[in-house]
Design a protein around this ligand. Structure first.
Ligand code: TMP
Length: 213
């Protein structure tokens, strides 16, 4: 049996990840592959508890170091409890965010050194890097307007636009450095146009893996 693939979705606030995730999952299933969906932070009982903590606006004093470690505590648990066993069993895993988010938010956003994040990626995330990442790219003002239109904002969503500009730039730079793994999708368009690009990207990736194995 061949190993499953890890596919992550990334993007700023209001990029439309939820509907893209549903399309991604449906399409992988339609291609006859077993798939589970998860999210970060979260995805395990520990991870969901940590998610509630890091998104809680009452955690005003949370320092950048704690924030980074909490993200990786959630990730360490998710990798060992869910992702690695699923991939080993041939199941595909789609995740709403993975380590690229830590480079963007804790690295570029909060100023944590990339080398420190890379070290955590090696041991806490067990060196696991997504096989494919779809970056839903949206201008900050548009994304924030969408996110704020959804109702109450979380601890991250209340950050300044400059924070999200750093996050967006970091994501785009990572995509420029790793264009084969990270595919940029223009998420300023309507849901249907984004969905079509998500489906085309996953189809191409499934075809590539089928051809290569
Ligand atoms: P969500 O809004 O996509 O559900 O993600 C929750 C928030 O967590 C989002 O504002 C980004 C943030 N986050 C980080 O700061 N670092 C990380 O490593 C991850 C996975 C998420």
């Amino acid at each position: 049996m061949s190993r499953g693939a890890l596919v992550s979705l990334e993007g700023g606030e209001g990029a439309g990840k939820s509907s893209a995730l549903a399309s991604l999952r449906e399409r992988i299933e339609a291609r006859g592959l077993g798939v589970i969906a998860t999210r970060e932070p979260g995805g395990t009982p520990l991870g969901e508890a940590l998610r509630a903590l890091v998104l809680d606006k009452a955690q005003r004093g949370l320092c950048a170091e704690s924030e980074l470690l909490l993200m990786f505590a959630s990730r360490a648990q998710l990798v060992r409890e869910i992702v690695e066993p699923a991939l080993a069993a041939g199941t595909w895993v789609v995740t709403d965010r993975f380590t690229d988010a830590s480079y963007a938010y804790q690295g570029a956003g909060r100023g944590q050194p990339a080398a420190r994040i890379a070290e955590l990626e090696r041991w806490a995330a067990n060196g696991l890097v997504p096989d494919l990442t779809l970056l839903l790219d949206v201008p900050v003002a548009l994304g924030l307007a969408r996110a704020h239109g959804r109702g109450e904002v979380d601890r991250f969503e209340q950050e300044q636009a400059s924070f999200f500009e750093r996050v967006r730039s970091a994501y785009r730079e990572r995509a420029a450095v790793e264009p084969r793994r990270i595919r940029v999708i223009d998420a300023s368009r309507d849901i249907e146009a984004v969905r079509a690009d998500v489906v085309a990207a996953i189809d191409a990736f499934v075809d590539l893996r089928a051809g290569g194995s």
